[in-house]
Design a binder for this molecule. Structure first.
Ligand code: SF4
Length: 196
């Protein structure tokens, strides 16, 4: 198996979404995603990317004064990320990953897995997720949404994220959380704060 990944970008910022909102982290955005969601805000990552070896990636990550990495995309599970995650763990990194969960993957070296289900999702990945982040818009199927609620009983943080931070979607999320208080709100803080 290749020891390279197609990397769209590496940058240092703050986690903008989910339970770890606000922590400093180095983002490793891998290129490519076959899901093609209409509301995707990382389309630029689909095609653009350069092949980097695990060593080249680690060297670039370690140029920053932080040892939290968020592996994201695109869709990281469409590439062979697991050996990189293992090497980063061995070097003392805390490894987060954001995935659509469509295909089961080896996440044994991921400290915090966020699954954001889209058109289809693997039950195995939902069971392994530390957080399930559901994008909620006006056309969200509320009956389907409810199928994710039981994962809160297994310790996962079940977060509702208003699509595009739109007020009507925020209002819907707030209503749903008040009705189901085991849920929580995930705003896209980085967009509100105007940071990358
Ligand atoms: S799964 Fe995520 S990265 Fe892929 S198209 Fe959908 S929103 Fe974009």
């Amino acid at each position: 198996m290749q020891n390279t990944l197609k990397v769209n970008e590496i940058f240092y910022s703050l986690q903008g979404e989910g339970p770890y909102t606000g922590i400093a982290a180095v983002f490793l955005r891998l290129a490519g995603c076959s899901m093609n969601c209409p509301f995707c805000d990382t389309r630029y990552a689909f095609a653009q990317g350069q092949d980097m070896t695990y060593e080249e990636i680690i060297k670039e990550l370690e140029a920053y004064p932080c040892r939290n990495v968020i592996i994201t995309g695109g869709e990281p599970t469409e590439q062979n990320f697991a050996p990189l995650a293992r090497r980063l763990k061995q070097r003392g990194w805390t490894v987060h990953m954001e995935s659509n969960g469509a295909q089961d993957a080896d996440v044994s070296d991921i400290d915090f897995l966020v699954v954001s289900p889209k058109k289809h999702v693997s039950q195995n990945m939902l069971c392994k997720a530390h957080a399930i982040k559901i994008v909620v818009g006006q056309d969200t199927d509320l009956e389907e949404l409810k199928t994710y609620f039981p994962y809160a009983n297994t310790g996962a943080a079940v977060c509702l994220q208003p699509q595009s931070n739109k007020q009507e979607n925020i209002d819907l999320c707030v209503k749903l959380i008040k009705q189901n208080p085991f849920l929580r709100l995930s705003l896209q803080m980085h967009k509100l704060a105007n940071i990358k």
